[in-house]
Design a protein around this ligand. Structure first.
Ligand code: NAP
Length: 296
């Protein structure tokens, strides 16, 4: 690691909790490889402390921030400017200090699109998607898919009113692009045959809920022609992806999205191209040893 001195610039991660984040192990070596005098540190910030922490970091001249659960939506009113992509997503995961102004971006949607295209071999244009979830990550992915020319998005969520809200906001980007669904086997089974891609954007399947799947009856919903994507990256091979493979689907784990959203944040903070191969290797180093003991 490079030597920290009086000129070192700080990038902070704000979340609650943050100790399980993979971003510090990905970003610090990347700064070092790029010859940048930056350091990336994680801060556990309780929701009631968020406004004061943002003010403090701004006053101290922080170079940038990442924002994770539960602050991605709560930061919006405290920022000086919000990018169009973050406004569409209704959530911010990356903040850049641009000459003393905190500007909010969302790199989750772009990260997912890049993983879909590069790792999954699929472009959204003209495709039909079944999205499971309606939380912050789902909002970012849905907005990116709609902007990227997806033909149709079915959005199924446990809390149906959140699915309705998200579908309405997507239809504000492109008329009639989204339809809300209830998270019931019957509704999913009726719509899934016309879908090209199924995406889990719920937190089910993420450690410590690794044994859980958003689809209690996967055979009723998944078809061999589906590409099944999971935003969950830990464990890398979720129960949903294991079940999808048995049905004959192709699969895409959340690891690529995590890598590419981090690469995009690196670009925004530094204006430089990130050392993507190094960041992928650092991420894999953290992801795969754990998986050896807890594979599903
Ligand atoms: P969030 O805003 O808290 O949303 C959680 C979602 O999961 C909601 O739709 C929620 O439904 C649903 N859910 C939770 N428990 C459920 C249950 N028991 N049954 C059915 N649905 C349930 O979280 P988020 O930020 O969107 O993150 C979602 C997942 O994406 C997390 O696992 C996160 O780690 C992952 N993620 C990955 C990346 C990446 O780079 N790969 C980036 C961002 C997020 P309700 O609305 O009904 O509560």
């Amino acid at each position: 690691m490079h030597r920290i001195d009086a000129g070192t610039k700080l990038i902070g991660l704000l979340g609650y909790p943050v100790e399980h984040s993979f971003s510090p192990v990905m970003q610090n070596p990347a700064f070092g490889r790029a010859g940048l005098n930056y350091v990336y540190l994680a801060f556990a910030v309780a929701p009631e402390d968020l406004p004061a922490v943002l003010d403090g970091f701004k006053a101290a001249g922080v170079a940038g921030l990442n924002v994770t659960i539960p602050h991605k939506e709560a930061v919006l009113p405290h920022l000086d400017e919000i990018s169009a992509g973050a406004a569409h997503a209704g959530a911010v995961n990356t903040i850049v200090n641009e000459n003393g102004r905190l500007v909010g971006y969302n790199t989750d949607g772009a990260g997912f699109l890049r993983s879909l295209e590069v790792d999954g071999g699929v472009t959204p244009w003209g495709k039909t998607f079944l999205l499971l979830g309606a939380g912050g990550a789902c909002r970012a992915v849905a907005a990116a898919l709609a902007t990227g020319g997806a033909k149709k998005l079915y959005i199924a969520n446990r809390n149906y009113s959140r699915a309705v809200d998200l579908a309405e906001s997507i239809n504000g980007i492109r008329e009639n692009a989204a339809t809300p669904l209830r998270l019931s086997v019957e509704e999913l089974a009726r719509r899934s045959p016309e879908c090209d891609v199924v995406i889990n954007a719920t937190s089910l399947g993420m450690r410590p809920q690794a044994g859980k799947s958003p689809l209690p009856d996967p055979a009723a919903v998944l078809k061999p022609h589906h590409l099944v994507c999971d935003l969950v990256y830990n464990p890398p091979r979720t129960l949903l992806l294991a079940e999808a493979e048995k049905i004959g689907c192709s699969t895409l784990p959340g690891e690529g999205m995590l890598l590419y959203q981090g690469c995009e944040a690196f670009r925004l903070w530094t204006g430089m191209e990130p050392p993507e191969d190094l960041m992928r290797a650092m991420l894999r180093d953290r992801l795969y040893p754990a998986n050896l003991f807890d594979a599903v």
